[in-house]
Design a protein around this ligand. Structure first.
Ligand SMILES: Cc1cc2nc3c(=O)[nH]c(=O)nc-3n(C[C@H](O)[C@H](O)[C@H](O)COP(=O)(O)OP(=O)(O)OC[C@H]3O[C@@H](n4cnc5c(N)ncnc54)[C@H](O)[C@@H]3O)c2cc1C
Length: 241
């Protein structure tokens, strides 16, 4: 629901819930971490892959993924990639937030087909926009003793922070071309993927990269089509997904 008629945008916002920003951090040069609090976050389950949408204009929304959820405190954190583009209303909204700001969370659900299914072993791949998702998947996998291999690419100055955030993950310095670092890793990771034997692969982030990686997982690594779940987060030259 990135762009919808105004009447639907208003309906979505009315059905949402207000959350107050309690903290804003920039833990590394191109990442922002926002903490929200709401009584509505106390009474609900949040699964990895659940996402919300923030209204950024009359007709427009942008999507974000919880990184962590504390149901007792009613808090959620979100990690946002500062992708540096101007004329980007989602990033402008995020950068305008300060403790005390209020944002309406329009929904908190997973997209059909891209949700946690408690696999015994899983692979997850993504870029800087997916770090919250990767942290949430890691927490859930640890809680369920799922064997999870995460591979992410991040802007080089963020690599140290991301390695601390995802200590078990493969953290690659992103090249200029989105997805190129992950493509290269996939080309070399045959043995690691074979020994993991993932039941599910979660691919999120840049749309074009996900398509290439899905193809590589199927043709080079032998994963079944139904085992590869994809969720594009952004696409070159397109606004909002
Ligand atoms: C289900 C879902 C969950 C998401 N969760 C998160 C999340 O937790 N954290 C997060 O950071 N993002 C997340 N995203 C991605 C985020 O919604 C997009 O990056 C969105 O385009 C940002 O909106 P914007 O207004 O800043 O930029 P837009 O107005 O949408 O785009 C402006 C320009 O910036 C480019 N652009 C947009 N995003 C990126 C990027 N990440 N890197 C490089 N170029 C980009 C576009 O191609 C376009 O040219 C999610 C997206 C989806 C669909």
């Amino acid at each position: 629901m990135a762009r919808v008629p105004k009447v639907l945008a208003e309906y979505a916002q009315r059905r949402g819930f207000a959350a107050e920003v309690t903290a804003v951090e920039r833990p590394s040069p191109s990442l922002l971490r926002i903490a929200f609090h709401s009584p509505s976050l106390r009474s609900r389950d949040v699964s990895p892959c659940d996402v919300t949408a923030f209204r950024v204009g009359e007709n427009d929304f942008r999507h974000y993924t919880p990184e962590s959820h504390d149901p007792d405190a009613g808090t959620v954190t979100v990690v946002v990639h500062d992708h540096g583009r101007t004329d980007a209303p989602g990033l402008s909204l995020i950068e305008s937030l300060a403790p005390g700001s209020e944002v309406v969370w329009c929904g908190l659900d997973s997209a059909r087909g891209f949700r946690w299914t408690s696999p015994s072993a899983a692979l997850a791949m993504g870029d800087a926009s997916t770090l919250g998702l990767m942290a949430a998947l890691t927490e859930q996998a640890n809680a369920e003793s799922t064997r999870l291999l995460v591979a992410v690419e991040t802007e080089p100055p963020d690599r140290e922070y991301v390695t601390g955030l995802l200590p078990e993950a493969v953290v690659l310095p992103a090249a200029e071309e989105p997805g190129a670092a992950l493509d290269e890793w996939l080309g070399e990771a045959g043995e690691r993927i074979r020994s993991l034997a993932p039941r599910v692969a979660y691919l999120a982030g840049h749309g074009g990269s996900i398509q290439r990686q899905r193809q590589a997982l199927r043709t080079r690594h032998g994963l079944d089509r139904r085992a590869v779940r994809t969720q594009p987060y952004w696409a070159t030259g397109r606004t909002g997904l």
